[in-house]
Ligand binder design. Structure first.
Ligand code: BGC
Length: 819
């Protein structure tokens, strides 16, 4: 077939034609065997007709496994910017890097809501709020796809934790993944909303998640896969998540899962596609072709010709880190550090040991020559000030393996550890080993797994010892019968990024043995030998040392002390608690006691508990700030830039105040009841009842701003809010106006954000239009989200817990009026 209008090429390559006619012409040109091959992930027929094939790259906020790619701050940092323009810029930069490396499909952005605060992948996504996640996610999609490629939204849908995400045991015994139960109302009004917004922004693909939803695998559920097509008019293509998302390939094909795997066909067989009705097969081929043409890829295919990263992108990474830094507390204007500070102590993992990125498939390899450590960044900016440093703590790190000399057999008869093994057939026997430093032999098909370790543990020193357990699997560690560490990890090191060991502190007396017992199961470790993934177990320790004392000594003689604390997180793990791991709380307490101008920098994946909060002068939240960590941190500390961020998730007073507080890490259910949550994040009943340590939306900045509602009018069917934003500070700033809707008396929910630059000591006006959609809820009878009739309230607030100023709105059949 040739293109009209004098062009000689085929119709599907004629950019002058409407998209649908290009798609139809290409699908019509493909033979049935070619269509079947495409359904099996073989794209030669498309490539032969001039289209680029899907070529995937993990790209949360930066490319995985692409040497030299820019390590942007983590997704949650982007969430903290509350800035859709910046999200769009990051999307564009990541898109440019992906194309420069020859990729056609970005696996991202991640739009999973932060439901359980322990969830390991919170830092990959944009926080706990559907509106914020949707708004920034949509902007990210617009930016990335403007470079002509496909974004694949993930993970569709209701995938909000790592416990049992892919099942539990090894291999055949893995079993089913987590089953999430939730009503259609909740699905529509919360979890689907960000996907809808990103689809409306043009996203061409979605990744089906690992979990089950109401008893059925998402990737095998016709109702769920059909929903975006039927209700939103979406015409893109689905892929399942890697390896474990499909358990019945024929059912998944039948349900409308377009491709059977992220590469190849996994369990989808030629017989299955041969048996597929023409309508189904043509539909899936058309969905893929439409994305390849509609995204611009067919007309503008990428070529891997340039290095991915550019200086412009690295500067953008730094700007995002600045805009994402949240000033949580600033007593007595401890920050920024002025000329009065002539000496500064920098404490904690602030050198090569600092954390820059999330772990797992969203990890970006940080270029060691480019990354700026916090210490290097501070030293470079400190001018004539004296900068001293002290390790203080190892932070969240795998500690050195406990030496063989520390172990004797349980009966004291000699050195060693008694280990009970089991093989895959369930046969058990006992052996003796010298240390707990075990990685399963992945090349041995009859592999054996240690299931129980018993020994007497004796230290040469008295005092508090830190313990760490590097773990691929599930383990509980007991000392003298008390559980000191318990949890699970799919891998000790998930592809890239930091390791995430379990951590504990125990008091030991020199020469006095304690009884150590470890119960271990290799599942849920993921076994992929070429990727280095498999079961491991390593017990490390740090006997009492002088690290905290040395840090205190350094802090005591400095004008100010900056303490960096951290917690690693990422794919394949949920945190064991919200406490900072190891001895970091004690470090902060002791430094704060020695120096009244103590500034804590939280480099954590989400909310942590802050038992020392009242003792410290200032707290900054930096998330995982990417490769320009040190430069951005120094600019904030010395006041060159404002910490521009707002919290994209709530810091609760206690972990139980948020959903999921009734389980883990000791018990992991097979089902979760989301309807019982009663709201997530700032809408959770526990947070509404007890308040929060820091609310969603909170962020002080250096210039204090306040917002005053000047007028509310109805114009062209929408509420027009005029808000006077006053900058009380002596530096220019950006006011972030947050509008929350209380729909028919329900808990307030963010519905609009306006960012307004305001010069020092001045007032500027922000205008916000709120449409009836802000009062929409799922209406079962109509089968869609519609504005709910009744009396609602809009609140202009500084954060989710701020009553702010309110205006009441009446909504009748979609028409708004002021009360
Ligand atoms: C993750 C996805 C990722 C995929 C490919 C999976 O384990 O859940 O987010 O895109 O791997 O690396």
């Amino acid at each position: 077939m040739s293109a009209p209008g004098g062009t000689d090429g085929p119709a599907w390559l004629d950019s002058g034609r409407p998209l649908e006619s290009r798609v139809e012409s290409l699908v019509a040109d493909l033979s049935r065997p070619e269509r079947e091959a495409i359904a099996l992930g073989e794209f030669e027929a498309l490539v032969g007709r001039g289209l680029p094939a899907p070529h995937y790259v993990d790209a949360g906020t930066g490319l995985r496994d692409v040497p030299g790619a820019t390590a942007f701050p983590a997704g949650i940092a982007l969430g903290a910017t509350f800035d859709a323009e910046l999200a769009e810029e990051v999307g564009r930069a990541v898109g440019e890097e992906a194309r420069a490396a020859g990729f056609t499909v970005l696996l991202g952005p991640t739009l999973d809501l932060a439901r359980d605060p322990r969830a390991g992948r919170i830092p990959e996504a944009l926080g706990e709020d559907p509106h914020l996640t949707g708004k920034l996610g949509a902007a990210h999609v617009r930016g990335a796809q403007s470079t002509h490629l496909i974004t694949q939204l993930k993970h569709f849908v209701a995938y909000n934790g790592e416990d049992r995400r892919t099942g539990e045991g090894l291999g055949e015994t893995r079993g089913d993944s987590m089953d999430v139960h939730l009503s259609l109302d909740l699905l529509q009004d919360a979890y689907l909303r960000p996907f809808r917004m990103a689809v409306d922004a043009g996203a061409w693909s979605m990744m089906g998640s690992y979990n089950r939803l109401n008893g059925r695998y998402v990737c095998e559920s016709p109702d769920l896969l059909e929903l975006p097509r039927r209700e939103w008019g979406w015409q893109g293509f689905y892929c399942p998540d890697f390896l474990f998302a499909v358990r019945d390939d024929a059912a998944a094909l039948d349900a409308g899962l377009d491709l059977g795997a992220l590469g190849g066909a996994a369990g989808r067989t030629p017989e299955m596609v041969a048996a597929a009705p023409a309508r189904l097969l043509d539909g899936l081929v058309a969905n893929l072709v439409r994305a390849l043409i509609g995204s611009g890829l067919a007309d503008d295919p990428p070529s891997a010709t340039r290095p991915a990263s550019t200086e412009r992108h690295r500067e953008l990474a730094e700007r995002v880190a600045l805009a994402a830094t949240v000033l949580l507390r600033n007593e007595g204007q401890a920050l920024p550090l002025g000329e009065d500070v002539t000496s500064l102590a920098v404490i904690g993992p602030s050198g090569a040991d600092a954390l820059y990125v999330v772990g797992g498939s969203a990890a970006v390899e940080v270029d060691p020559d480019r990354r700026v450590t916090p210490l290097a960044g501070i030293r470079a900016r400190a001018g004539g000030r004296t900068v001293t440093s002290a390790q203080g703590s190892w932070g969240d790190a795998l500690l050195p393996v406990v030496p063989a000399t520390a172990f004797t057999l349980p009966d004291g008869s000699g050195p060693g550890i008694e280990v009970e093994f089991t093989d895959p057939q369930g046969n058990r026997w006992t052996e003796q080993l010298a240390t707990i430093d075990h990685a399963a032999d992945l090349s041995d098909p009859g592999s054996r797994w240690p299931v129980r370790w018993r020994a007497r543990l004796t230290s040469h020193a008295s005092g508090t010892h830190r313990l760490s357990l590097g773990l691929g699997g599930r383990a509980a560690v007991r000392i003298d019968g008390d559980v000191v560490m318990v949890g699970s990890r799919e891998a000790e090191l998930f592809l890239d990024g930091p390791r995430y060991p379990l951590q504990a502190r125990v008091d030991l007396t020199a020469g006095v043995p304690v009884e150590l017992e470890i119960d271990y199961r290799p599942g849920p470790a993921i076994v992929i030998p070429p990727m280095g993934l498999g079961p491991t177990l390593r017990l490390g320790w740090q006997p009492p040392d002088q690290l905290i004392d040395e840090a205190v000594a350094v802090a005591a003689v400095a004008d100010a002390a900056v303490v960096l604390v951290n917690q690693a997180s990422g794919e394949g793990m949920d945190r064991d608690s919200l406490a900072l791991p190891g001895d970091q709380d004690e470090l902060v307490r002791r430094v704060a006691a020695a120096n009244p101008r103590t500034i804590v920098v939280l480099n954590t994946p989400g909310a942590v508990l802050l038992p020392w909060l009242e003792d410290v002068a200032a707290v900054l939240q930096v998330w995982y700030p990417g490769e320009r960590f040190g430069t951005a941190l120094a600019a904030v500390l010395f006041g060159d830039a404002e910490p521009g961020g707002r919290l994209p998730l709530t810091f609760p007073h206690a972990r139980e105040h948020l959903p999921g507080g009734d389980h883990g890490p000791e018990t992991v259910p097979t089902e979760l009841d989301y309807d019982a949550d009663g709201g997530i994040g700032y809408r959770a009943p526990g947070v509404r009842g007890h308040g929060a340590a820091f609310w969603f939306g909170h962020g002080l900045g250096y210039a204090r701003t306040t917002g005053r509602l000047v007028a509310a009018t109805i114009e062209e069917g929408a509420v027009r809010l005029r808000v006077a934003v006053t900058n009380h500070g002596d530096r220019d700033t950006v006011g972030v106006v947050q509008v929350y809707a209380e729909v028919a008396g329900e808990a307030a929910e963010l519905t609009a954000i306006a960012r307004r630059p305001v010069p020092a000591q001045q007032t500027a006006e922000a205008e916000i239009l709120v449409t009836a959609d802000s009062f929409a809820r799922w209406q079962q009878e109509q089968g869609r989200r519609e504005p709910r009739d009744g009396r609602h309230r809009l609140r202009v607030s500084a954060h989710a817990g701020d009553p702010g100023e309110a205006v009441d709105i009446i909504c009748e059949a979609g028409t708004l009026s002021l009360n």
